[in-house]
Design a protein around this ligand. Structure first.
Ligand code: HEM
Ligand SMILES: *[C@@H]1O[C@H](CO)[C@@H](O)[C@H](O)[C@H]1NC(C)=O
Ligand SMILES: *[C@@H]1O[C@H](CO)[C@@H](O)[C@H](O)[C@H]1NC(C)=O
Length: 511
Protein backbone atom coordinates (compact mmCIF):
# COMPACT_ATOMS: atom_id res chain seq x y z
CA UNK A 1 0.00 0.00 0.00
CA UNK A 2 1.29 3.42 -0.91
CA UNK A 3 1.53 5.77 2.01
CA UNK A 4 2.05 9.45 1.49
CA UNK A 5 5.05 9.44 3.79
CA UNK A 6 6.94 7.00 1.59
CA UNK A 7 6.39 8.94 -1.57
CA UNK A 8 9.55 10.46 -2.99
CA UNK A 9 7.42 13.31 -4.31
CA UNK A 10 6.85 14.46 -0.76
CA UNK A 11 10.58 14.65 -0.09
CA UNK A 12 11.27 16.51 -3.27
CA UNK A 13 8.49 18.88 -2.35
CA UNK A 14 9.85 19.40 1.17
CA UNK A 15 13.35 20.07 -0.09
CA UNK A 16 11.96 22.53 -2.57
CA UNK A 17 9.95 24.23 0.16
CA UNK A 18 12.97 24.46 2.45
CA UNK A 19 14.99 25.94 -0.38
CA UNK A 20 12.28 28.47 -1.18
CA UNK A 21 12.00 29.57 2.44
CA UNK A 22 15.76 30.00 2.63
CA UNK A 23 15.93 32.08 -0.53
CA UNK A 24 13.00 34.23 0.62
CA UNK A 25 14.53 34.67 4.07
CA UNK A 26 17.83 35.74 2.56
CA UNK A 27 16.01 38.22 0.37
CA UNK A 28 14.25 39.74 3.34
CA UNK A 29 17.28 40.09 5.54
CA UNK A 30 18.94 43.48 5.34
CA UNK A 31 22.48 44.12 4.18
CA UNK A 32 24.93 45.02 6.95
CA UNK A 33 24.79 48.69 8.00
CA UNK A 34 26.53 51.26 5.84
CA UNK A 35 26.33 54.78 4.48
CA UNK A 36 23.37 55.58 2.24
CA UNK A 37 24.19 55.68 -1.43
CA UNK A 38 22.72 57.16 -4.59
CA UNK A 39 20.77 55.10 -7.13
CA UNK A 40 22.95 53.20 -9.65
CA UNK A 41 26.33 54.51 -8.47
CA UNK A 42 25.65 53.70 -4.81
CA UNK A 43 28.54 54.74 -2.57
CA UNK A 44 30.93 55.20 -5.45
CA UNK A 45 31.90 58.63 -4.21
CA UNK A 46 33.57 56.85 -1.27
CA UNK A 47 35.95 55.03 -3.58
CA UNK A 48 38.94 56.67 -1.94
CA UNK A 49 37.83 55.23 1.40
CA UNK A 50 38.49 51.68 0.21
CA UNK A 51 41.85 51.55 1.97
CA UNK A 52 42.59 50.00 5.36
CA UNK A 53 42.50 53.42 7.06
CA UNK A 54 39.42 54.65 5.21
CA UNK A 55 37.48 51.52 6.05
CA UNK A 56 38.65 51.67 9.67
CA UNK A 57 37.14 55.17 9.88
CA UNK A 58 33.84 53.98 8.41
CA UNK A 59 33.82 51.02 10.81
CA UNK A 60 33.88 53.41 13.78
CA UNK A 61 30.57 54.72 12.54
CA UNK A 62 28.89 51.59 11.19
CA UNK A 63 30.45 48.71 13.12
CA UNK A 64 32.51 45.59 12.54
CA UNK A 65 30.49 44.41 9.56
CA UNK A 66 29.62 47.17 7.11
CA UNK A 67 28.25 47.27 3.62
CA UNK A 68 29.05 49.56 0.69
CA UNK A 69 27.39 49.50 -2.68
CA UNK A 70 29.92 50.42 -5.37
CA UNK A 71 28.01 50.54 -8.62
CA UNK A 72 26.98 46.95 -9.22
CA UNK A 73 29.41 45.52 -6.65
CA UNK A 74 28.64 44.81 -3.02
CA UNK A 75 31.55 45.42 -0.68
CA UNK A 76 31.55 44.12 2.87
CA UNK A 77 34.26 45.32 5.24
CA UNK A 78 35.10 43.28 8.33
CA UNK A 79 36.80 45.10 11.21
CA UNK A 80 36.48 42.94 14.31
CA UNK A 81 38.05 39.64 15.32
CA UNK A 82 34.64 38.10 15.93
CA UNK A 83 33.38 38.86 12.39
CA UNK A 84 36.70 37.75 10.92
CA UNK A 85 36.24 34.38 12.59
CA UNK A 86 32.77 34.17 11.10
CA UNK A 87 34.15 34.70 7.57
CA UNK A 88 37.47 32.86 7.74
CA UNK A 89 36.51 29.93 9.95
CA UNK A 90 32.79 29.37 10.48
CA UNK A 91 31.80 29.95 6.83
CA UNK A 92 35.24 29.62 5.27
CA UNK A 93 34.15 27.59 2.24
CA UNK A 94 31.67 30.26 1.16
CA UNK A 95 34.30 33.00 1.38
CA UNK A 96 37.30 31.15 -0.05
CA UNK A 97 37.23 32.82 -3.49
CA UNK A 98 39.26 35.88 -4.47
CA UNK A 99 37.87 38.88 -6.32
CA UNK A 100 39.65 39.78 -9.55
CA UNK A 101 39.14 42.72 -11.88
CA UNK A 102 39.90 42.81 -15.60
CA UNK A 103 43.52 43.80 -15.03
CA UNK A 104 44.17 41.03 -12.54
CA UNK A 105 42.49 38.39 -14.71
CA UNK A 106 44.45 39.42 -17.75
CA UNK A 107 47.81 39.69 -16.03
CA UNK A 108 47.45 36.33 -14.24
CA UNK A 109 46.69 34.52 -17.52
CA UNK A 110 43.02 34.30 -16.68
CA UNK A 111 43.66 33.42 -13.05
CA UNK A 112 45.98 30.54 -13.86
CA UNK A 113 47.93 31.25 -10.67
CA UNK A 114 47.28 30.35 -7.05
CA UNK A 115 46.69 33.72 -5.37
CA UNK A 116 43.78 34.69 -7.63
CA UNK A 117 42.43 31.31 -8.67
CA UNK A 118 38.96 30.60 -7.37
CA UNK A 119 38.71 28.01 -4.64
CA UNK A 120 38.55 24.61 -6.37
CA UNK A 121 40.59 21.69 -7.70
CA UNK A 122 43.08 23.77 -9.72
CA UNK A 123 43.78 26.05 -6.78
CA UNK A 124 44.13 23.05 -4.47
CA UNK A 125 46.67 21.40 -6.80
CA UNK A 126 48.78 24.50 -7.09
CA UNK A 127 48.62 25.17 -3.39
CA UNK A 128 49.85 21.62 -2.76
CA UNK A 129 52.80 22.08 -5.10
CA UNK A 130 53.71 25.39 -3.49
CA UNK A 131 53.39 24.21 0.09
CA UNK A 132 55.12 20.87 -0.43
CA UNK A 133 57.66 21.77 -3.09
CA UNK A 134 58.45 25.46 -3.24
CA UNK A 135 58.07 26.97 0.23
CA UNK A 136 58.60 23.90 2.36
CA UNK A 137 61.27 23.75 5.06
CA UNK A 138 62.58 20.67 3.27
CA UNK A 139 63.47 22.67 0.18
CA UNK A 140 66.83 23.84 1.45
CA UNK A 141 67.56 25.97 -1.64
CA UNK A 142 64.86 28.53 -0.84
CA UNK A 143 66.26 29.02 2.64
CA UNK A 144 69.81 29.12 1.38
CA UNK A 145 68.99 31.97 -1.00
CA UNK A 146 67.59 33.95 1.93
CA UNK A 147 70.71 33.37 4.00
CA UNK A 148 73.19 34.13 1.25
CA UNK A 149 71.50 37.30 0.06
CA UNK A 150 71.30 38.61 3.63
CA UNK A 151 75.01 37.91 4.14
CA UNK A 152 75.70 39.88 1.02
CA UNK A 153 73.58 42.78 2.27
CA UNK A 154 75.46 42.84 5.60
CA UNK A 155 78.68 42.97 3.59
CA UNK A 156 77.35 45.95 1.64
CA UNK A 157 76.45 47.66 4.92
CA UNK A 158 79.91 47.21 6.42
CA UNK A 159 81.25 49.19 3.47
CA UNK A 160 78.86 52.06 4.21
CA UNK A 161 79.30 52.55 7.95
CA UNK A 162 79.13 56.17 9.02
CA UNK A 163 77.14 57.15 5.93
CA UNK A 164 73.39 57.63 5.57
CA UNK A 165 71.94 54.48 4.01
CA UNK A 166 68.58 54.31 2.29
CA UNK A 167 67.35 51.36 4.36
CA UNK A 168 64.07 51.16 2.45
CA UNK A 169 65.69 50.75 -0.94
CA UNK A 170 68.29 48.41 0.48
CA UNK A 171 65.74 45.97 1.88
CA UNK A 172 63.58 46.13 -1.24
CA UNK A 173 66.67 45.25 -3.29
CA UNK A 174 67.41 42.48 -0.79
CA UNK A 175 64.02 40.80 -1.03
CA UNK A 176 63.94 41.19 -4.80
CA UNK A 177 67.31 39.45 -4.93
CA UNK A 178 66.03 36.69 -2.65
CA UNK A 179 62.87 35.91 -4.61
CA UNK A 180 64.59 36.30 -7.97
CA UNK A 181 67.26 33.87 -6.96
CA UNK A 182 64.84 31.41 -5.37
CA UNK A 183 62.67 31.44 -8.50
CA UNK A 184 65.24 31.45 -11.28
CA UNK A 185 68.44 30.26 -9.60
CA UNK A 186 71.68 31.67 -10.85
CA UNK A 187 70.10 31.78 -14.26
CA UNK A 188 69.61 35.12 -16.03
CA UNK A 189 71.04 37.23 -13.25
CA UNK A 190 71.65 39.93 -15.85
CA UNK A 191 67.94 40.08 -16.69
CA UNK A 192 67.01 41.27 -13.23
CA UNK A 193 66.69 44.98 -13.97
CA UNK A 194 64.35 44.24 -16.84
CA UNK A 195 62.28 42.01 -14.61
CA UNK A 196 62.05 44.60 -11.85
CA UNK A 197 60.60 47.08 -14.35
CA UNK A 198 58.00 44.54 -15.43
CA UNK A 199 57.04 43.89 -11.81
CA UNK A 200 56.65 47.58 -11.08
CA UNK A 201 54.34 48.07 -14.05
CA UNK A 202 52.29 45.04 -12.98
CA UNK A 203 52.01 46.44 -9.50
CA UNK A 204 50.66 49.75 -10.79
CA UNK A 205 48.17 48.04 -13.08
CA UNK A 206 46.92 45.76 -10.28
CA UNK A 207 46.19 48.77 -8.14
CA UNK A 208 44.79 51.03 -10.87
CA UNK A 209 41.23 52.15 -10.34
CA UNK A 210 39.06 50.98 -13.21
CA UNK A 211 35.59 52.48 -13.24
CA UNK A 212 34.20 49.84 -15.61
CA UNK A 213 34.65 47.31 -12.85
CA UNK A 214 31.83 48.98 -10.94
CA UNK A 215 29.82 50.44 -13.80
CA UNK A 216 30.22 48.04 -16.75
CA UNK A 217 28.25 50.30 -19.12
CA UNK A 218 31.06 52.86 -18.85
CA UNK A 219 32.92 50.53 -21.19
CA UNK A 220 31.07 52.31 -23.99
CA UNK A 221 33.35 55.24 -23.45
CA UNK A 222 36.29 52.93 -23.96
CA UNK A 223 39.65 52.93 -22.29
CA UNK A 224 42.14 52.15 -25.03
CA UNK A 225 45.10 53.47 -23.06
CA UNK A 226 44.55 51.12 -20.17
CA UNK A 227 43.98 48.08 -22.40
CA UNK A 228 47.16 48.85 -24.33
CA UNK A 229 49.16 49.09 -21.12
CA UNK A 230 47.81 45.72 -19.99
CA UNK A 231 48.72 44.12 -23.30
CA UNK A 232 52.20 45.60 -23.28
CA UNK A 233 52.85 44.54 -19.70
CA UNK A 234 51.89 40.96 -20.42
CA UNK A 235 53.90 40.93 -23.63
CA UNK A 236 57.07 41.95 -21.83
CA UNK A 237 56.48 39.35 -19.15
CA UNK A 238 55.90 36.67 -21.80
CA UNK A 239 59.13 37.60 -23.53
CA UNK A 240 61.05 37.41 -20.30
CA UNK A 241 59.65 34.26 -18.73
CA UNK A 242 59.37 32.27 -21.96
CA UNK A 243 63.12 32.64 -22.39
CA UNK A 244 63.68 31.35 -18.89
CA UNK A 245 61.26 28.44 -19.25
CA UNK A 246 62.80 27.40 -22.58
CA UNK A 247 66.24 27.42 -21.01
CA UNK A 248 64.95 25.25 -18.19
CA UNK A 249 63.42 22.78 -20.65
CA UNK A 250 66.75 22.53 -22.43
CA UNK A 251 68.57 22.04 -19.16
CA UNK A 252 66.16 19.29 -18.17
CA UNK A 253 66.53 17.45 -21.47
CA UNK A 254 70.29 17.66 -21.44
CA UNK A 255 70.72 16.03 -18.07
CA UNK A 256 68.03 13.33 -18.06
CA UNK A 257 69.04 10.79 -15.45
CA UNK A 258 72.11 11.96 -13.63
CA UNK A 259 69.99 14.75 -12.16
CA UNK A 260 70.81 15.21 -8.51
CA UNK A 261 68.40 18.12 -8.26
CA UNK A 262 70.76 19.85 -5.88
CA UNK A 263 70.80 23.37 -7.24
CA UNK A 264 67.24 23.34 -8.49
CA UNK A 265 65.37 26.62 -8.50
CA UNK A 266 61.60 27.03 -8.32
CA UNK A 267 61.14 26.93 -12.09
CA UNK A 268 62.97 23.57 -12.12
CA UNK A 269 60.56 22.26 -9.49
CA UNK A 270 57.57 23.49 -11.45
CA UNK A 271 58.87 21.98 -14.69
CA UNK A 272 58.45 18.54 -13.11
CA UNK A 273 54.70 19.12 -13.37
CA UNK A 274 54.80 20.65 -16.80
CA UNK A 275 52.45 19.03 -19.27
CA UNK A 276 53.86 20.40 -22.51
CA UNK A 277 52.21 22.97 -24.73
CA UNK A 278 49.14 20.86 -25.47
CA UNK A 279 48.76 19.04 -22.23
CA UNK A 280 50.60 15.95 -23.53
CA UNK A 281 52.77 13.84 -21.26
CA UNK A 282 56.44 14.73 -21.33
CA UNK A 283 57.63 12.48 -18.57
CA UNK A 284 56.54 9.38 -16.71
CA UNK A 285 57.49 10.85 -13.40
CA UNK A 286 55.38 8.79 -11.02
CA UNK A 287 54.87 11.37 -8.27
CA UNK A 288 53.70 14.04 -10.68
CA UNK A 289 51.32 11.85 -12.62
CA UNK A 290 48.14 13.45 -11.26
CA UNK A 291 49.27 17.07 -11.24
CA UNK A 292 49.73 18.86 -14.53
CA UNK A 293 50.69 22.47 -15.10
CA UNK A 294 50.55 24.47 -18.29
CA UNK A 295 53.08 27.08 -19.30
CA UNK A 296 50.61 29.77 -18.24
CA UNK A 297 50.30 28.18 -14.79
CA UNK A 298 54.06 28.26 -14.39
CA UNK A 299 54.38 31.87 -15.47
CA UNK A 300 51.54 32.96 -13.22
CA UNK A 301 52.92 31.02 -10.24
CA UNK A 302 56.31 32.65 -10.66
CA UNK A 303 54.56 36.02 -10.54
CA UNK A 304 52.77 34.95 -7.34
CA UNK A 305 56.07 34.21 -5.67
CA UNK A 306 57.47 37.53 -6.85
CA UNK A 307 54.47 39.51 -5.63
CA UNK A 308 53.82 37.46 -2.51
CA UNK A 309 57.39 37.36 -1.33
CA UNK A 310 59.02 40.64 -2.27
CA UNK A 311 57.09 43.68 -1.09
CA UNK A 312 55.60 41.94 1.92
CA UNK A 313 58.93 40.97 3.43
CA UNK A 314 60.64 44.24 2.51
CA UNK A 315 57.86 46.29 4.02
CA UNK A 316 57.98 44.20 7.21
CA UNK A 317 61.74 44.75 7.60
CA UNK A 318 61.54 48.47 6.88
CA UNK A 319 58.71 48.93 9.39
CA UNK A 320 60.61 46.99 12.06
CA UNK A 321 63.63 49.28 11.63
CA UNK A 322 61.39 52.35 11.58
CA UNK A 323 59.57 51.48 14.81
CA UNK A 324 62.86 50.69 16.53
CA UNK A 325 64.42 54.00 15.51
CA UNK A 326 61.27 55.72 16.65
CA UNK A 327 61.39 53.91 20.00
CA UNK A 328 65.12 54.02 20.94
CA UNK A 329 64.56 52.38 24.34
CA UNK A 330 63.12 49.32 22.57
CA UNK A 331 66.05 49.33 20.16
CA UNK A 332 68.45 49.34 23.13
CA UNK A 333 66.51 46.52 24.78
CA UNK A 334 66.73 44.35 21.65
CA UNK A 335 70.41 45.04 21.19
CA UNK A 336 71.05 44.26 24.85
CA UNK A 337 69.36 40.90 24.40
CA UNK A 338 71.51 40.21 21.32
CA UNK A 339 74.66 41.14 23.28
CA UNK A 340 73.66 38.97 26.25
CA UNK A 341 72.83 35.91 24.18
CA UNK A 342 75.44 36.10 21.41
CA UNK A 343 78.12 38.40 22.78
CA UNK A 344 79.91 40.99 20.70
CA UNK A 345 82.72 38.82 19.45
CA UNK A 346 80.84 36.98 16.73
CA UNK A 347 78.18 37.51 14.07
CA UNK A 348 74.55 36.56 14.60
CA UNK A 349 73.72 33.03 13.46
CA UNK A 350 70.22 31.75 12.70
CA UNK A 351 70.48 29.14 15.46
CA UNK A 352 70.52 32.06 17.93
CA UNK A 353 66.91 32.94 17.06
CA UNK A 354 65.35 30.52 19.50
CA UNK A 355 67.22 32.21 22.35
CA UNK A 356 65.93 35.67 21.47
CA UNK A 357 62.34 35.80 22.78
CA UNK A 358 62.13 39.58 23.11
CA UNK A 359 63.48 40.11 19.61
CA UNK A 360 60.85 37.76 18.19
CA UNK A 361 58.11 39.58 20.07
CA UNK A 362 59.30 42.83 18.50
CA UNK A 363 58.85 41.25 15.06
CA UNK A 364 55.32 40.18 15.99
CA UNK A 365 54.55 43.65 17.28
CA UNK A 366 55.77 45.13 13.98
CA UNK A 367 53.40 42.87 12.04
CA UNK A 368 50.53 43.85 14.33
CA UNK A 369 50.98 47.59 13.78
CA UNK A 370 51.97 47.28 10.13
CA UNK A 371 50.55 44.15 8.53
CA UNK A 372 52.19 44.11 5.06
CA UNK A 373 48.85 43.07 3.53
CA UNK A 374 46.39 45.23 5.47
CA UNK A 375 43.22 44.06 3.72
CA UNK A 376 42.51 40.41 2.99
CA UNK A 377 40.50 40.19 -0.21
CA UNK A 378 37.88 37.46 -0.38
CA UNK A 379 34.73 36.93 -2.42
CA UNK A 380 31.45 35.19 -1.58
CA UNK A 381 30.82 32.08 -3.71
CA UNK A 382 27.16 31.92 -2.63
CA UNK A 383 24.45 33.92 -0.86
CA UNK A 384 25.01 33.73 2.85
CA UNK A 385 23.94 35.16 6.17
CA UNK A 386 26.45 36.55 8.64
CA UNK A 387 25.36 37.79 12.04
CA UNK A 388 21.78 38.18 10.81
CA UNK A 389 22.68 40.20 7.72
CA UNK A 390 22.48 39.09 4.14
CA UNK A 391 25.67 38.92 2.10
CA UNK A 392 24.83 38.26 -1.55
CA UNK A 393 26.86 36.04 -3.83
CA UNK A 394 29.91 37.72 -5.48
CA UNK A 395 30.20 40.31 -2.71
CA UNK A 396 33.76 41.40 -2.06
CA UNK A 397 34.66 40.81 1.52
CA UNK A 398 37.60 42.82 2.81
CA UNK A 399 38.99 41.76 6.16
CA UNK A 400 40.70 44.75 7.69
CA UNK A 401 43.66 43.15 9.44
CA UNK A 402 45.07 46.60 10.16
CA UNK A 403 41.94 47.75 12.01
CA UNK A 404 41.61 44.44 13.88
CA UNK A 405 45.24 44.68 15.06
CA UNK A 406 44.55 48.14 16.47
CA UNK A 407 41.11 47.45 17.96
CA UNK A 408 41.13 49.20 21.33
CA UNK A 409 38.63 46.78 22.81
CA UNK A 410 41.22 44.02 22.39
CA UNK A 411 44.63 45.73 22.61
CA UNK A 412 45.74 48.12 25.33
CA UNK A 413 47.41 51.24 23.89
CA UNK A 414 46.76 49.90 20.40
CA UNK A 415 48.87 52.45 18.55
CA UNK A 416 51.99 52.09 20.70
CA UNK A 417 54.93 49.87 19.78
CA UNK A 418 55.22 47.57 22.79
CA UNK A 419 56.87 44.21 22.03
CA UNK A 420 56.47 43.24 25.70
CA UNK A 421 52.77 42.55 25.17
CA UNK A 422 53.68 39.41 23.20
CA UNK A 423 55.84 38.03 26.04
CA UNK A 424 52.65 36.93 27.79
CA UNK A 425 52.17 33.21 27.15
CA UNK A 426 48.49 33.86 26.42
CA UNK A 427 49.33 36.47 23.75
CA UNK A 428 47.95 35.73 20.30
CA UNK A 429 50.04 33.89 17.76
CA UNK A 430 50.06 34.33 13.99
CA UNK A 431 49.19 30.74 13.19
CA UNK A 432 45.70 31.92 12.27
CA UNK A 433 43.60 30.69 15.18
CA UNK A 434 43.70 34.03 17.04
CA UNK A 435 41.49 36.29 15.02
CA UNK A 436 42.58 39.51 16.72
CA UNK A 437 45.97 39.09 15.05
CA UNK A 438 46.03 38.02 11.38
CA UNK A 439 49.19 39.26 9.61
CA UNK A 440 49.25 36.06 7.52
CA UNK A 441 45.50 35.60 7.23
CA UNK A 442 43.77 32.44 8.40
CA UNK A 443 42.26 29.28 6.99
CA UNK A 444 42.29 27.91 3.47
CA UNK A 445 43.59 31.08 1.85
CA UNK A 446 46.15 31.98 4.48
CA UNK A 447 49.72 32.73 3.46
CA UNK A 448 51.54 29.60 2.25
CA UNK A 449 54.90 31.44 2.48
CA UNK A 450 54.60 32.35 6.15
CA UNK A 451 57.61 30.41 7.40
CA UNK A 452 59.85 31.58 4.60
CA UNK A 453 58.70 35.19 4.99
CA UNK A 454 59.21 35.21 8.76
CA UNK A 455 62.60 33.61 8.36
CA UNK A 456 63.74 36.32 5.95
CA UNK A 457 62.37 39.08 8.17
CA UNK A 458 63.88 37.78 11.42
CA UNK A 459 67.24 36.98 9.88
CA UNK A 460 67.60 40.35 8.17
CA UNK A 461 66.60 42.45 11.18
CA UNK A 462 68.67 40.39 13.64
CA UNK A 463 71.77 40.77 11.47
CA UNK A 464 71.20 44.48 11.07
CA UNK A 465 70.74 45.04 14.81
CA UNK A 466 73.52 42.78 16.01
CA UNK A 467 76.26 43.94 13.66
CA UNK A 468 75.42 47.64 13.62
CA UNK A 469 74.25 50.51 15.75
CA UNK A 470 71.70 52.69 14.02
CA UNK A 471 71.05 56.37 14.16
CA UNK A 472 68.96 58.80 12.22
CA UNK A 473 70.93 61.13 9.96
CA UNK A 474 71.97 64.47 11.43
CA UNK A 475 69.09 66.86 11.87
CA UNK A 476 66.42 64.17 12.15
CA UNK A 477 65.04 63.02 15.47
CA UNK A 478 63.02 59.97 16.32
CA UNK A 479 60.00 62.05 17.37
CA UNK A 480 59.26 63.29 13.86
CA UNK A 481 59.95 60.04 12.06
CA UNK A 482 57.18 59.76 9.53
CA UNK A 483 54.95 56.74 10.03
CA UNK A 484 52.38 57.21 7.29
CA UNK A 485 51.95 54.32 4.93
CA UNK A 486 50.96 53.95 1.33
CA UNK A 487 48.13 51.83 0.07
CA UNK A 488 48.36 49.30 -2.75
CA UNK A 489 48.27 45.54 -2.52
CA UNK A 490 50.73 46.03 0.34
CA UNK A 491 51.22 48.97 2.72
CA UNK A 492 54.88 50.01 2.80
CA UNK A 493 56.11 53.30 4.28
CA UNK A 494 55.21 56.34 2.22
CA UNK A 495 58.80 57.60 2.38
CA UNK A 496 61.94 55.48 2.47
CA UNK A 497 63.76 55.14 5.79
CA UNK A 498 67.24 56.67 5.86
CA UNK A 499 69.57 55.75 8.74
CA UNK A 500 73.27 55.67 9.55
CA UNK A 501 74.85 52.35 10.60
CA UNK A 502 78.05 52.09 12.62
CA UNK A 503 79.88 48.84 13.26
CA UNK A 504 79.11 47.37 16.65
CA UNK A 505 81.03 44.10 17.00
CA UNK A 506 84.51 43.46 18.33
CA UNK A 507 85.35 40.90 15.66
CA UNK A 508 86.61 41.96 12.22
CA UNK A 509 84.05 43.07 9.65
CA UNK A 510 84.16 39.94 7.47
CA UNK A 511 81.67 37.15 7.15
C1 HEM B 1 56.23 38.84 6.09
C2 HEM B 1 55.91 38.25 4.99
C3 HEM B 1 54.51 37.90 4.49
C4 HEM B 1 53.28 38.31 4.93
C5 HEM B 1 52.96 39.25 6.09
C6 HEM B 1 52.29 37.66 4.08
C7 HEM B 1 50.91 37.80 4.23
C8 HEM B 1 49.96 37.18 3.42
C9 HEM B 1 48.54 37.35 3.56
C10 HEM B 1 47.87 38.21 4.63
C11 HEM B 1 47.92 36.62 2.59
C12 HEM B 1 46.41 36.51 2.30
C13 HEM B 1 45.69 35.66 3.30
C14 HEM B 1 44.19 35.66 3.14
O1 HEM B 1 43.66 36.16 2.13
O2 HEM B 1 43.48 35.16 4.03
C15 HEM B 1 48.97 35.98 1.82
C16 HEM B 1 48.75 35.14 0.74
C17 HEM B 1 49.76 34.62 -0.04
N1 HEM B 1 51.13 34.72 0.20
FE1 HEM B 1 52.02 35.71 1.74
N2 HEM B 1 52.94 36.88 3.16
C18 HEM B 1 54.29 36.99 3.37
C19 HEM B 1 55.29 36.34 2.68
C20 HEM B 1 55.09 35.53 1.60
C21 HEM B 1 56.14 34.84 0.88
C22 HEM B 1 57.63 34.90 1.23
C23 HEM B 1 55.53 34.17 -0.14
C24 HEM B 1 56.13 33.29 -1.23
C25 HEM B 1 57.36 33.05 -1.44
C26 HEM B 1 54.10 34.42 -0.06
C27 HEM B 1 53.15 33.91 -0.95
C28 HEM B 1 51.78 34.08 -0.82
C29 HEM B 1 50.80 33.52 -1.76
C30 HEM B 1 51.11 32.74 -3.04
C31 HEM B 1 49.53 33.86 -1.27
C32 HEM B 1 48.16 33.49 -1.88
C33 HEM B 1 47.62 32.22 -1.26
C34 HEM B 1 46.25 31.80 -1.78
O3 HEM B 1 45.49 32.63 -2.27
O4 HEM B 1 45.93 30.60 -1.70
N3 HEM B 1 53.88 35.23 1.02
N4 HEM B 1 50.20 36.34 2.35
C1 LIG C 1 71.13 42.57 -5.34
O1 LIG C 1 71.79 41.99 -6.46
C2 LIG C 1 72.52 42.90 -7.24
C3 LIG C 1 73.02 42.14 -8.47
O2 LIG C 1 73.67 40.98 -8.11
C4 LIG C 1 73.66 43.49 -6.40
O3 LIG C 1 74.41 44.41 -7.18
C5 LIG C 1 73.06 44.19 -5.19
O4 LIG C 1 74.08 44.66 -4.34
C6 LIG C 1 72.15 43.24 -4.41
N1 LIG C 1 71.50 44.01 -3.37
C7 LIG C 1 71.42 43.62 -2.11
C8 LIG C 1 70.77 44.55 -1.17
O5 LIG C 1 71.83 42.55 -1.72
C1 LIG D 1 55.63 6.41 -20.45
O1 LIG D 1 55.04 5.18 -20.10
C2 LIG D 1 54.36 4.53 -21.16
C3 LIG D 1 53.70 3.25 -20.65
O2 LIG D 1 53.53 3.29 -19.28
C4 LIG D 1 55.38 4.20 -22.27
O3 LIG D 1 54.70 3.57 -23.37
C5 LIG D 1 56.04 5.47 -22.73
O4 LIG D 1 57.05 5.18 -23.69
C6 LIG D 1 56.67 6.22 -21.56
N1 LIG D 1 57.15 7.52 -22.02
C7 LIG D 1 58.36 8.01 -21.70
C8 LIG D 1 58.66 9.37 -22.22
O5 LIG D 1 59.14 7.40 -21.01
Amino acid sequence: MDCLLCSPVLYVFLIFLWYLVRVLLNRCLPFPPGPRGYPIVGNLKLKNQLSHRGLAELAKQYGGLLHLQMGRIHIVAVSTAEMAREILQVQDVVFANRPANVAISYLTYNRADMAFANYGPLWRQMRKICVMKLFSRRRAESWASVREEIDSMVQTLTEQTGLPVNVGELVFALTRNITYRAAFGSFARDGQDEFVKILQEFSKLFGAFDITEFLPWMRWFGNRGFTMRLENARKSLDGFIDRIIDAHIEKKESRQNDDDGLDDDMVDELMAFYSGENGGDLSNDSQSSSLRLTRDNIKALVMDVMFGGTETVASAIEWAMTELLKNPHELRKLQQELADVIGLSRQFHESDLENLPYFRCAMKETLRLHPPIPLLLHEAAADSVVSGYSIPRDSRVMINVYAIGRDESVWTEPNAFKPGRFMDSKAPDFKGSDFEYLPFGSGRRSCPGMQLGLYAMELAVAHMLHSFNWELPEGANSGDLDITDMFGLTAPRATRLIAVPSYRLKCPMVI
